[in-house]
Design a protein around this ligand. Sequence first.
Ligand SMILES: Nc1nc2c(ncn2[C@@H]2O[C@H](COP(=O)(O)OP(=O)(O)OP(=O)(O)O)[C@@H](O)[C@H]2O)c(=O)[nH]1
Ligand SMILES: [Mg+2]
Ligand SMILES: [Zn+2]
Length: 384
Amino acid sequence: MKEDSICTTGELLGTVLAVQANFYRVQLDQGVRSQEGGTAVRPYRSQKSEIIESDSLLSPVPSPPPPTLLCTRRTRLKKIGQQVMVGDRVVVEEPDWSGKRGAISDVLPRHSELDRPAIANVNQILLVFAVADPPLEPFQLSRFLIKAESTGVDVILCLNKCDLVSLEEKQEISDRLQSWGYKPIFISVQNHINITEVANYLNHKITVIAGPSGVGKSSLINMLIPDANLRVGEVSGKLARGRHTTRHTELFEMPNGGLLADTPGFNQPDLNCTPEELIYYFPEARKLLENGSCRFTDCLHRDEPGCVVGDDWERYEHYLEFLNDAISYQTFLKEQSDPESTLKLKSKKGQNQYEPKLETKKYRRVSRRVQVQNLQDLDLEGEE
Ligand SMILES: Nc1nc2c(ncn2[C@@H]2O[C@H](COP(=O)(O)OP(=O)(O)OP(=O)(O)O)[C@@H](O)[C@H]2O)c(=O)[nH]1
Ligand SMILES: [Mg+2]
Ligand SMILES: [Zn+2]
């Protein structure tokens, strides 16, 4: 069947599962070939807000896993600087079925792109926290949620280890998160609670699992995908550079379709959004802004008159704190884009590049720095 479809066009579509050195592990679509750049079945689509997809009905009987080929990237793609990322939808040419090799000749447009981990076409982030052990830290949870929201892909919140708390405690957490605009799924990997429910969210999607160290991310993946064999309980956030840590990004295939990526637990995701957009990553504040607007269009919702957001919501303090971060980050970016302030221009091997200046104390010896910069400019002009 598959071979037949190749013979007619010589072209196949697949998804990049992993990048290893200069090779790309590509899982081909099930019995599907490309048709004028489109596909008959696109297994991993972006369908925001739509959780259960109707095309799961297309394959009621589990089919054998589609073939995986180790592929190189065509020189043409290298020449035009076209990168291939994990998660990319690619066109594969010249499949060698016995050697399981092929060549990537084209990359379809991405509908999303995460940078840490670097994965294209992610549909959703499954944020995993534990209700206990490690204890649920609201500020940390908030930070992860904001980071996840800022990627623009859907966010699912999953709270593991519910075997460790009472029903009342669970209810309290649930009420609190509801006021934040989230409806968490309580699970216990250990006691097999609600695992199927989580699995249903993951069908036919590319999902990245994120969350702090020790909450049970790898345990969950191992339960969902027994073949994944991820190490559990060995890696802590602080030791995450140890030799057991997975350094490369890899997508694991769910038994019923759907791809999952594990991430090493990190405890403080960086926030790098602008001060203006930050408020939109708080669902509870977003709702207030949907129902009205602030008097000033550049309102940062601190204590400006006529602000519809106000301070009457639990995470307001978090907002103010993240806002400070966002403002500092913006200042940092501005300085970076103004080479005279923090960077110096160096000429290496005939190429100009910016390097950070060693001096970090701000507002000192400005005139001297400007002088040095001018001298460097002169130097460069002299070289030309
Ligand atoms: N009580 C309880 N313990 C669990 C549960 N799920 C996982 N654990 C334990 O939690 C510990 C950490 O699990 P991991 O799966 O390694 O956690 P992780 O999120 O992958 O951690 P990092 O890889 O460091 O980011 C292990 O000792 C697991 O056995 C659960 O549902 N209940
Ligand atoms: Mg892990
Ligand atoms: Zn406002």
